[in-house]
Design a protein around this ligand. Sequence first.
Ligand SMILES: CC(C)(COP(=O)(O)OP(=O)(O)OC[C@H]1O[C@@H](n2cnc3c(N)ncnc32)[C@H](O)[C@@H]1OP(=O)(O)O)[C@@H](O)C(=O)NCCC(=O)NCCS
Length: 373
Amino acid sequence: MTTFVANPGLEGIVASDTDICCVDQGKLLYRGYTISDLAEHVDFSEVAHLLIYGDLPNKDQLASFQQLLDSYHGLPRPIIEMIRSLPKDAPMMDVLRSGVSMAGHFDPTKGESLDDLRKRSVWLLAVSSDVVAARFRLLNGKEPVRPKSGLSHAAQILYMAHGTEPDETSTRLLDLTLVLYAEHEFNASTFTARVIGSTTSDMVSAVTGAIGALKGPLHGGANERAMELISRFKSAEEAATWVQEALARKERVMGFGHRVYKNGDHRAHILECEMRKLAEQKGRMDMVAIYDAIKDPIVGKERPIYPNVDYPCGLTYYLLDLPLDLYTPLFVCSRMSGWCAHFIEQSQNNRIYRPLSSYVGPKERSVTAVAQR
Ligand SMILES: CC(C)(COP(=O)(O)OP(=O)(O)OC[C@H]1O[C@@H](n2cnc3c(N)ncnc32)[C@H](O)[C@@H]1OP(=O)(O)O)[C@@H](O)C(=O)NCCC(=O)NCCS
């Protein structure tokens, strides 16, 4: 029997070429632009256009993109009724997975041309934010609101959730997190979407699978877990004691570590700076003291482990008064753009993913009849 050596977690395996994103120790690039340049100069809609259409939009292209996105907002009634019918304690990520999957039956974009796939990507951006906002309102005893044309993606999400136009700070910071979350090369959920796409299945199936992958706390679910951890402590001293004990127990601290980045996550650095300013503005430096009390000993270890983007994101969303179970769904509202870009790239130059495994089961043996077993 041929034996192969396994690479757990596919670490170090290059699965495909890509034009979309480069995750490197020194830089994070979306289609050639550094993440710091994008975070400083463009908003999420421009980033989504960059990922889905291949380049940053000019003024007219941006206006058309916004118009298309606006036109796709608003869930068909059966989806709202399905969301209403789900148990109240169903996790928001599960509701989102079901909502996006069901929306596939009402997909207004038809066909499989490149243009159709791009339109479907924009429609999925609208659908995912509509489902999150609708569920949030229904849980709070309120009916979903109609979206308002002309709002940025971040402002639209907040508007559809709260029913009022958001303030400038909330919109700007949510938008920044959407820019930072939009794309990250062959991470677990994107790879899931590409694997599904590689079977020549459809885009809705691919992103539904990707939502399931993103939910896990080792992936996108970490932003909620990181904030749960920070909220557990009443003081920085309490947090500092806990973290020393956790490190001694070799416990994984959520929001830290990364398969690729070994010297820190560029996105975490950008967001942490903004989060600190927000905390100062909101008079919540007590939370930042807890944040630092957890972070400093982990970064200060002999073999340091750095925060990933989910660590500052958890506290940013908390400071924006967003409820905990919206954190990972908001990640979906952004990463949908990256998933769709990868689905399209995979479909344009496809070869089905089919890795090998290293068999470590029993040696060949013979079947005995059931009565003798
Ligand atoms: C992201 C993650 C899954 C990457 O896993 P990975 O590439 O398989 O990392 P490894 O398991 O090889 O970790 C390397 C070492 O760092 C340690 N480590 C990694 N992440 C850690 C964390 N969050 N807290 C404490 N120690 C951690 C591991 O225990 C391991 O130590 P060892 O060599 O002494 O055994 C992992 O860092 C993790 O679980 N982080 C917490 C969840 C999280 O924040 N996910 C969001 C990612 S963007």
